[in-house]
Design a binder for this molecule. Structure first.
Ligand SMILES: [Zn+2]
Length: 485
């Protein structure tokens, strides 16, 4: 009986919440300049078609504790393409970045309607049929408490495509777009670009692989297939450069501490893991130019399949010096962003010279803001990164333990969680438990992602690191078996 009672309470509260909260998509349209006879105009289907959409979100006054106030809002809106004749089919793909709207985006002059004008979307090449629509997900509130999971829906307004089919190999279309055109279509400046055998470098520090330009969706950012866990291997070629080595640790900490859903895990070839980690990005050292332009790093843009670009090359040329000290953190934060398809801000954001994603960021002293509090230095950046990857509290950190699997009972060693973060409330609980005949039990807990100067008597152990209390609700435990001689 008790169980039924609880279930019925759940339904009553759910019903109450959905009745009280009624923010709605009240308009969705492709801007008229991109339409022909009410359909999206695709003048040349052998290249990407860039277009813009407008939408409105309407909310209402609701009664909270006997006071009327505008309801809270947390929406994420994405322009979608489906090859099928209806939205919601399994072949839907995102063709814009997710765009987030919260109550702070509503103006005081018009507190009940938020209007977005000109959200950019890019239809991949070779799409001559199918539908364009808007996917939106939003949270509900009940008496000031936000729901755990968002509700997801699709716009009832959809647009079909007006295209003349073109075949890149068809002799009537003898000039398929060049790689330069494709990169310009992706939004890059190709002024001063460099060409190498398998990739181009644009805007000074972004590597676009030729393999990426051959796929149909080269602009897609990192998706959440792995709950936004990105495993970065710190290659041996970086270990001897203390600036870059510490820089990647601190950049990972800033990324994880920031208010985004991205989870950076650092991994190493030199350690064995109970489950071999997937390698998404490798940070390598190599000799890059120091004259006439000092190149701090080059980072590979995304792969176009939802995964980040595979390489960040940092300049280990002996003639390269980091100045001012601390720029290594900024550079690596910026480089990691590029691997996820986060580009330079200069063309779109006011005061771009202050952004961590500005091309000129290295001339600022922004790094000093990062030291100590691990927060992002500028408010624009906090908004930007959060809107691209809003935190999903239900997503899960996939962490590992870095450190030796075998060592001597006379040694002091360091173990470190792959997920280094200073986010509010996070706790790392470490445990060393004797196994296979060894009797031992050691525990410590706190905000430190590492066990420093750690030693154990000879025996067999299971080391555990449990992460809890931070941005994500699910507690996770990484384990590692250890033999001490
Ligand atoms: Zn850059």
């Amino acid at each position: 009986m008790k169980k039924y009672f609880i279930i019925s309470l759940f339904f009553i509260s759910l019903f109450g919440a959905s009745k009280a909260f009624s923010s709605a998509l009240s308009k969705f349209q492709i801007q008229s300049t991109y339409l022909v006879s009410g359909k999206l105009n695709v003048p040349n289907s052998s290249v990407i078609t860039t277009f813009k959409v407008d939408f409105d979100i309407t909310r209402q006054y609701i009664n909270v504790n006997n006071q009327n106030q505008p309801e809270k809002v947390d929406w994420t809106v994405t322009v979608m393409y489906s090859a099928s004749s209806s939205p919601g089919a399994s072949d839907n793909v995102a063709i814009s970045d997710p765009f987030r709207v919260t109550e702070s985006d509503f103006s005081t002059n018009n507190p009940l309607v938020y209007s977005k004008t000109g959200l950019e979307a890019k239809l991949p090449a070779n799409k001559t049929s199918g539908l364009i629509f808007l996917k939106y997900s939003y949270y509900l509130w009940s008496q000031g408490v936000k729901s755990t999971n968002p509700v997801t829906s699709n716009s009832t307004t959809t647009y079909s495509i007006s295209a003349t089919a073109t075949n890149p190999t068809n002799p009537t279309n003898p000039n398929p777009p060049t790689d330069i055109t494709k990169m310009q279509n992706m939004g890059f400046s190709t002024i001063g670009m460099q060409t190498f055998s398998t990739y181009y470098v644009v805007e000074g520090d972004i590597r676009i692989t030729k393999a990426l330009l051959a796929v149909t969706n080269p602009y897609y950012g990192v998706n959440n297939t792995y709950d936004h866990n990105i495993n970065i291997k710190v290659d041996a070629s970086v270990w001897s450069s203390s600036n870059w080595y510490n820089g990647i640790l601190e950049a990972a900490r800033v990324w994880n501490t920031a208010n985004t859903d991205i989870k950076i895990n650092l991994i190493y070839d030199s350690f064995t893991y109970s489950i071999a980690p997937r390698v998404d990005v490798v940070v390598k050292g190599a000799s890059l130019p120091v004259s006439p332009t000092k190149i701090p790093f080059e980072a590979e843009w995304v792969k176009g399949n939802g995964n980040p670009g595979g390489e960040i090359i940092v300049n280990t040329n002996p003639g390269y010096t980091l100045a001012p000290s601390g720029d290594d953190i900024l550079h690596l934060f910026h480089a990691i962003a590029h691997t996820m398809a986060l580009g330079h801000t200069s063309s779109t954001v006011p005061n771009h010279e202050n952004s961590i994603m500005s091309r000129a960021f290295e001339v600022t002293s922004a790094w000093s803001y990062l030291v100590g509090n691990y927060g992002l230095p500028f408010a624009n950046d906090v908004t930007y990164f959060n809107s691209r990857y809003p935190v999903n509290a239900n997503s899960v950190i996939n962490s590992y333990i870095n450190g030796p699997a075998t060592f001597s009972s006379s040694a002091s060693v360091t173990f470190r969680s792959s997920y280094i973060s200073a986010e509010a409330g996070i706790t790392y609980a470490w445990k060393a438990v004797g196994i296979n005949g060894t009797t031992y039990n050691y525990q410590e807990s706190g905000s430190n992602p590492a066990l420093y100067d750690f030693g154990l008597p000879a025996g067999n152990y299971r080391l555990e690191c449990t992460i809890s209390g931070g941005k994500y609700t699910t507690e996770v435990t990484a384990t590692k078996n250890i033999v001490v001689n």
